[in-house]
Design a binder for this molecule. Structure first.
Ligand code: 3PG
Length: 306
C-alpha cells in the first residue's frame, strides 16, 4: 500500500493532521506520522519504507533522500524549498514540490504584527510612530509580497515593490508603485519587507551597503530566511546607525550580539509566520491533495526540481 509520511519537527495543528489523513486514507493510501522528533535519525528510520513525504522546514537532506528507498515524491507544505536537497532528489528520480501561496496570508499578517511592535517601541509604554503615510518597500512580489501589499494599503502606507521576475503591470494592478532596482527600493523606503527566497544568488545579498541607503528611521522586517542577510553587515549597521531597526521571524546567528540594541531588534523565538491553523490546513491539505493527484494521475504541477 502507498505510504505517506508526515514528518514535522514542528507539527501542524491537529485539525490539519486530521484533514491530511482523511485525504490520504480516502485515496486508499496509508499515513505515518512522525512529529516533534529531536534526532534526524528518527526521520531516517521513518522514511525508509514510505512512498511519499510531507515536510515543513524539516531538512530533506541527501541522507534522508537516500534512506527513502521507495520514495517517489517529497512535498514541502509551504513556500520555501531550500530545505530540500533538490540535486539529490533529481538524481534519485524523486519529484519535489512546494505548496505555493497556501501560507502567505499568515506570513503577511505576522509581518505587520512585527512592524507595529517595533513602531510602538516594543510595547514598552513609551511613545512610538505610526505606519500611515510611510514609504513601504516590498522586496519580491510573490505570494507573500502580494498579501503584504494588501495589508500595507490598509494601513494607508505608500507602497513600493521591486521584483525582476514579476511584470510591472501585475504589480501596478494592485496599486503598488514599481521601482527598478534593489538600490532604489532601499533608498526610497523607510520600511522594507524581505520576501525573497534563499538561493545561491540571494544569500547574504542584504548587506551593509544596501541597508545604509535606507532613509532615517529605517526598519527592515524579515519573514523570509536568515540566510539572505549578511550578518556582519547587519551588525556593522546597528553600530553605525542608532535609528536603524531590524525585526525578524527567523533569528539570525548573531541574535545574541543584537540583543543589546533594545527596542531596535527583535526576533520571534521560533519561526512562526506560518503558525496558524488556517495556514496549516491550507498547506497541509494542499500537500496531501498534490500527493494523491501525483499517484493517481501523474500530475506534477508545483514540481520544483524540473
Ligand atoms: C515557508 O517557507 O513556507 C515558511 O517559511 C513556513 O515554514 P514552516 O512551515 O516551517 O513554518
Amino acid at each position: 500500500m502507498t505510504k505517506v509520511l508526515i514528518a514535522t519537527e514542528k507539527p501542524f495543528a491537529a485539525i490539519a493532521v486530521d484533514g491530511i489523513k482523511k485525504i490520504v486514507e480516502d485515496a486508499g493510501f496509508q499515513t505515518v506520522l512522525l512529529e516533534k522528533y529531536t534526532d534526524a535519525n528518527e526521520l531516517l528510520k521513518a522514511v525508509a519504507d514510505v512512498d511519499a513525504l510531507i515536510i515543513r522546514s524539516d531538512k530533506a537532506t541527501r541522507q534522508v533522500i537516500e534512506a527513502g528507498k521507495n520514495l517517489k515524491i517529497i512535498v514541502r507544505a509551504g513556500a520555501g524549498f531550500d530545505n530540500i536537497d533538490l540535486a539529490a532528489a533529481t538524481e534519485k528520480g524523486i519529484v519535489a514540490m512546494n505548496t505555493p501561496g497556501q501560507n502567505s496570508n499568515a506570513v503577511a499578517e505576522l509581518t505587520f504584527g512585527l512592524l507595529v511592535f517595533m513602531a510602538r517601541s516594543n510595547f514598552n509604554g513609551g511613545s512610538g510612530t505610526e505606519l500611515k503615510g510611510k514609504k513601504f518597500g516590498i522586496h519580491a512580489y510573490g505570494n507573500v509580497g502580494k498579501n503584504v501589499a494588501r495589508i500595507a494599503k490598509g494601513f494607508d502606507m505608500d507602497v513600493y515593490a521591486f521584483d525582476p521576475f514579476v511584470s510591472k503591470e501585475v504589480i501596478e494592478k494592485d496599486g503598488v508603485k514599481v521601482l527598478s532596482s534593489v538600490d532604489e527600493l532601499y533608498s526610497t523606503c523607510q520600511y522594507v519587507s524581505l520576501n525573497i527566497p534563499a538561493t545561491e544568488k540571494t544569500k547574504k545579498s542584504i548587506n551593509f551597503d544596501l541597508l545604509s541607503r535606507m532613509p532615517k528611521g529605517a526598519t527592515v522586517v524579515n519573514t523570509a530566511r536568515k540566510e539572505v542577510i549578511d550578518e556582519e553587515g547587519l551588525k556593522k549597521l546597528f553600530a553605525a546607525r542608532p535609528d536603524f531597526k531590524y525585526v525578524s521571524d527567523i533569528a539570525p546567528d548573531c541574535h545574541n550580539d543584537l540583543l543589546q540594541f533594545e527596542n531596535r531588534y527583535y526576533s520571534t523565538p521560533k519561526k512562526q509566520g506560518a503558525e496558524t491553523s488556517e495556514a496549516n490546513i491550507n498547506a497541509g491539505l494542499a500537500a496531501a491533495n498534490q500527493i494523491v493527484k501525483f499517484f493517481k494521475t501523474g500530475d506534477k504541477t508545483f514540481q520544483v526540481n524540473k
